[in-house]
Each structure stands twice: as C-alpha cells, then as structure tokens.
Design a binder for this molecule. Structure first.
Ligand code: HSE
Length: 332
C-alpha cells in the first residue's frame, strides 16, 4: 500500500508512524506531509529516512491508497479535495467531516462495515473520548438497548498535544522552584488542579468536546435513541483518558452477564477486582492498545442502571490505532 500521513510531525502523526509498524501494516511507500514549520524534517520508518514534504494545493497524491490526516480540521477541509481526487481514501482524525451524512464515522469494533459506504472517499476517525466509550458500550447495547448515558471524563494533558504535556511537566517544576507556572495551552494552571472545561463552550452550556460525545456516539451506534450527557474534565495526567460512565438499559442487566459480554468484546480488557485493588488507571494503560474497563456495578438507585470505569490511551485507540484499524479493516 502507498500511504501518506498529513500532519506527520504532530503527536498523532508520530503515533501513526509507530502504530503502522506495530500493526505490521503493509507499506510499500510512505510519504509524509506537513506545514512550512515541519516540512524538511526527517523521520525514520522501518529503517528508511522519510522527509516531510510541504503540503500545498499542488501536492500530488496520485498513487496514494490511504492518507491519514491529523493536522486539524482547517487543514482537512482545505486539502480534502487535493488528497482524495486521485482515489486515495482519507482517514481523517479531525472533526471536519465527522457529522457529515456522506462521511462514515468508524470504530471497527462497533461499525466497521460503515467504512464501505464512503461516497467522498473520506472516513471520519471519531473523537478520542467517544471511541473509548463506544468500545465499552457496544457489548452492553447488544444485550439490551442503551437508553441514556451520563459520563464524566478525566482527560490527560496529551489530548491538547505534545506541547501541553510539556507545559504540565514544566508547571510542576516551576512551582517546585517557587516560580509562577507558565499557562499557555490550558485555560488555567493544570498542575495540582483540574479544569472542568475541554474545548470551547457552546450555546447550551456544554462544551464542543461534550457535544462530540453526544453526537458521535449516536452516529457510530446507529441510534438516535441513546441520550448522552457528558462533563469533560482536564486532569493533570500526562497521557490516557479515563471515563466514569453511568448508563441505563431497556431491561435490567446483571453484572455477571455484562462482565461476560465485556470479556468477549473485541478491543476491551476487563481489569476489575476490587478486593485486590485492581482497576484500570491511566499510568498503567499509557502505551497500551485496548480499552480497559473496571469498577462494574449495578446502580444503587435504578434497577436498569450500571456504572463502570473506562481507561484508554487516547493517542493510541483514541486516535492513531483506531485510524490504522480502519485501514486494516478496508484491506480485509
Ligand atoms: N479533544 C481531546 C482532548 C483530544 O482535548 O483531550 C482527543 O480527541
């Protein structure tokens, strides 16, 4: 396969390089594209040096089979035609086209077949917190339709990019040295703090990140009946997003049947042994492929309610890995 990565120097672009290799993705030829800032940088892929080409309206994508785009919604919108006009399938990590009716939004464990219907040759890679959540929702929804979901997220600094991770590290150092912390990537100091605000606020009081969880979950799971209410929170964790999920199903489900469904579900690992203090935590899940689930329990106040805890590396399954799995799904 001839593969392109647009936004190769960013956190997701760099992870795409690693994941393509880890997943043994068949790459005959790899081309990297980037902004004027990253054009000319060199990266190694399977022992070969690849130079980042400047992305422009004259960039030639003929012969490219799959283009992974991770340079932001503006770039995706501006260059979608340049990228796809010679037949490349664009797997887009941005939010540019996710809710377009003629763009499938795909998590292979949930709705892989949607990738086959792509009139514009664009496939949306969903928002990270949504990907992680639907991997855990799908086995439950198959047992009994989910009516509504309330979720609180605990999102790592890495969701805001590599520079944001560095800012968090620097803030701890600056504070330890008795200096005021530098605040550029977040609305407030994140060290020793949390910020109940990810992305910008919309008119209904929810943030864009929270509305992505609402809208994208319904599209991926083919159900307008699922109501999703999210509170997205930035926490001083370097990498891997956690989510506390409460949901209500049409019929009451026992924890035994849900656990059995979780155990069989692709892409999901159960780590749930309270007696031994075993549950997923971001520090342990960083760099891992699957989504981890634990703390499963019946809701005390609602016989149809369940609560559980989900952690995933949002740069892996929440971004690069899911994109590569979509591409692998197309090759099957
Ligand atoms: N928007 C996410 C975050 C990044 O800020 O954590 C992954 O979609």
């Amino acid at each position: 396969m001839n593969v392109a990565i647009v936004g190769a120097s960013g956190a997701v672009g760099q992870e795409l390089l690693k994941v393509l290799d880890e997943q043994n993705f068949p790459v005959d030829n790899l081309r990297l594209f980037g902004s004027p800032r990253s054009a000319g940088s060199e990266y190694e892929f399977r022992g070969k040096r690849v130079v980042v080409e400047l992305l422009s309206k004259d960039s030639d994508f003929s012969g490219i089979d799959i283009a992974f785009t991770s340079a932001g919604a503006g770039t995706s919108k501006e260059y979608a035609d340049v990228i796809t006009r010679h037949g490349a399938v664009m797997i887009d990590n941005s939010s540019a086209f996710r809710m377009d009716a003629d763009v499938p939004l795909v998590v292979p464990e949930v709705n892989g077949e949607d990738a086959l219907d792509r009139p514009r040759n664009i496939i949306g890679n969903p928002n990270c917190t949504t990907i992680q959540m639907v991997v855990a929702l799908k086995p439950i929804h198959d047992l009994s339709p989910i009516r509504r979901v309330h979720v609180a997220t605990y999102q790592a600094a890495s969701g805001a990019g590599a520079a944001a991770m560095q800012e968090l590290i620097n803030q701890y150092k600056e504070l330890a040295d008795g200096n005021a912390p530098t605040i550029e990537k977040f609305a407030y100091q994140l060290a020793f703090n949390l910020i109940p605000h990810v992305d910008v606020f919309t008119e209904n009081g929810y943030t864009k990140e929270e509305m992505k969880m609402y809208n994208e979950t319904r599209k991926i799971m083919h159900s307008d009946d699922i109501k999703v209410s999210a509170t997205c929170v930035r926490v001083p964790v370097l990498r891997a997003h956690s989510e506390a999920i409460w949901l209500e199903t049409e019929r009451p489900l026992s924890t035994e049947e849900v656990l059995a469904a979780f155990e069989k579900a692709p892409g999901l690992i159960v780590k749930d042994n309270p007696a031994e203090k075993e549950y997923p935590m971001p520090l342990d899940i960083t760099g891992k492929d699957p989504v981890y689930v634990g703390r499963l329990r019946k809701d005390l106040c609602d016989p149809n309610g369940l609560s559980f805890w989900v952690v995933g590396d949002q740069i892996k399954k929440g971004a690069a890995l899911n994109a590569v799995q979509i591409a692998l799904w197309l090759l099957e």
